[in-house]
Design a protein around this ligand. Structure first.
Ligand SMILES: Nc1ncnc2c1ncn2[C@@H]1O[C@H](COP(=O)(O)OP(=O)(O)OP(=O)(O)O)[C@@H](O)[C@H]1O
Length: 274
């Protein structure tokens, strides 16, 4: 330890034995109460991460558990559209208030703050990362039993900020069954391990297609290896969703809350146990 030690390791470059690992965790708004925080991640874009986030939230809310979605996908926010939300979020003296979906899910997303939902967010990485922190720190999340965080795809700056600043109870990885999946899931798994965040399960989306005429299952993107991948990493739950135009139509038309299907039930049962 230096003679002039200020006990502030964040502002010192000395590699002495008193150095402690930096704690970047950000406290939530003092008026917030959030029991379980689940991150929904994907190694690459367009695999259905937002659809899975919305559907998991719909299912927990349906079970009578007050649920929230923090849309951390700042440059590609799709949650308000999935729920057909048109209103704007507003601030009070306590903090920013989330908007409610028809069934009462609390949502905060950059698209609930922009004048026009088609305005692009052309911001530098640090500004985007700070916005995510504000969604955690400045929003009043009242009596939430579950919060799902829709992460931007990949393992870049914003997922890193979320992992470091928000006390996450676990993550769910969303993939699709292409050849690259093994490598992409490995990357997401390694990032979660580096951040000490447990992986609760994998959702393989667009896993198969059921022919409406003959009922036969077709594996459009090739054979699934998701069970082997999950076993290799000791990931407890695996769910598979088919390619289903109805799922797409509901999400794309703002009717995520009319979801019907049993594909994600094993994940919901598991979430109740953590
Ligand atoms: N199982 C499915 N069957 C049919 N369409 C689907 C399915 N899952 C997702 N889609 C559609 O695929 C598109 C992409 O889905 P989504 O926006 O959820 O992906 P994402 O991984 O969140 O994308 P991004 O990387 O841009 O955030 C949407 O139009 C959605 O409705």
């Amino acid at each position: 330890m230096s003679e002039n030690c200020s006990h502030n390791c964040g502002s010192c470059s000395s590699n002495c034995s008193n150095r402690k690992p930096a704690d970047f965790l950000v406290a939530p708004n003092p008026h917030s109460s959030i029991k379980k925080v689940i991150g929904v991640v994907s190694g690459k874009g367009g695999v259905g991460k937002s659809m899975v986030t919305s559907t998991l939230a719909v299912l927990t809310q349906r079970k009578g558990k007050q649920t929230a979605i923090l849309d951390a996908d700042i440059t590609g926010p799709s949650i308000p559209k999935a729920f057909g939300m048109k209103e704007k979020a507003y601030g009070t003296e306590l903090g920013m208030m989330p908007c409610k979906t028809k069934t009462g899910i609390d949502v905060m997303s950059v698209n609930l703050l922009l004048d026009n939902e088609t305005d692009p967010v052309v911001w530098r990485g640090p500004v985007i990362a700070e916005t995510v922190k504000q969604f955690w720190r400045d929003v009043v999340w009242e009596n939430e039993e579950y919060m799902f965080i829709d992460m931007p795809p990949g393992t870049g700056d914003v997922p890193l900020t979320v992992f470091q600043s928000i006390a996450i109870d676990g993550i769910i990885i969303v993939t699709s069954p292409q050849e690259l999946v093994g490598m992409i899931v490995d990357k997401a798994v390694k990032m979660a391990e580096m951040m000490n965040v447990p992986i609760l399960g994998i959702v393989e989306n667009m896993s198969y297609f059921v022919c409406p005429d003959c009922g036969k299952k077709h594996q459009i993107f090739g054979e699934s290896h998701i069970e082997e991948i999950a076993a290799k990493h000791n990931i407890p739950v695996v769910c598979k969703l088919p390619i289903n135009p109805e799922i797409a139509a509901r999400c794309d038309n703002g009717e995520a809350e009319s979801y019907e299907g049993e594909w994600l039930n094993p994940m919901i049962d598991f979430l109740e146990k953590i």
